[in-house]
Write a protein that binds this ligand. Structure first.
Ligand SMILES: [Ca+2]
Ligand SMILES: [Ca+2]
Length: 232
């Protein structure tokens, strides 16, 4: 069996963090009841900001300047190769981390299934890949994604309005088991998900809410986006 080791660059609580990526020569993984599979880190997670102010920039390497706001979204795709094909998924908890919450308002944030394939190093608001197009001129929620969110998360504003940043970043988690099941079974191609702001005056009082989230390039692994799948 040939395995490739990727050693995390950061020290996390005093220990080196490891990810093991099985190559295609590895035997197929076997499902164990109650098993937890954590998908985190470069090599297993791709993410990129599609940002209206930087529409043609390729923002895949951005560590934390990833903006969820009007006409902008943060895309995340998890590699499910380590999940046994016949596994029965009980929960699939998406974790993401907000380091710059909006100063005043709660941000209603949808998790939308993405319908178009995209490449972390090439995608931006105007293209999913070099030489490729989103459905229209730009990436649009409801056109390049499912119409309805698979889940909704309420991102809270700054706890202390005098401080612009949350240190450490604030953790959010939400179960996206139906999405993960569809990707694993092949019912839906795995093009990942988009975190996008959903304007709602009852929630945001009419504010244009902007939140910034960490990416898989963030120096501390514990604050990188991840998916924790628990099997039945
Ligand atoms: Ca990235
Ligand atoms: Ca802030």
């Amino acid at each position: 069996m040939k395995v490739k080791l990727i050693v995390g660059a950061g020290l996390v609580t005093g220990m080196l963090s490891w990810s093991v990526v099985a190559q295609d020569t590895a035997p197929a993984p076997v499902a164990t009841p109650g098993q937890k599979i954590t998908i985190v880190g470069k090599g297993l997670v791709e993410d990129v900001n599609l940002d209206s102010d930087r529409a043609t920039q390729k923002l895949g390497p951005q560590r934390r300047d990833n903006r969820i706001r009007k006409d902008s979204a943060f895309l995340i795709k998890f590699n499910l190769d380590r999940v046994p094909k016949d596994a029965k998924i009980k929960t699939a908890e998406l974790y993401f981390y907000v380091w710059d919450p909006h100063s005043d308002a709660t941000g209603k944030t949808g998790v939308f299934e993405v319908k178009i394939p995209w490449v972390e190093a090439k995608a931006n608001l105007v293209q999913p890949d070099d030489g490729k197009k989103w459905t229209g001129e730009n990436f649009v929620i409801g056109t390049d994604t499912a119409a309805e969110p698979a889940a909704i998360v309420m991102i809270q504003p700054d706890e202390d309005p005098s401080k612009d940043e949350a240190i450490p970043p604030v953790e959010y988690k939400v179960d996206i088991a139906p999405l993960a099941k569809a990707w694993l079974s092949g019912a839906s191609p795995n093009n990942g998900l988009a975190l996008a702001w959903i304007p709602d005056r009852d929630v945001d009082q009419g504010y244009m809410v902007r939140n910034q989230v960490t990416a898989s390039e963030y120096q501390e692994k514990m604050y990188q986006p991840k998916l924790i799948i628990t099997l039945e």
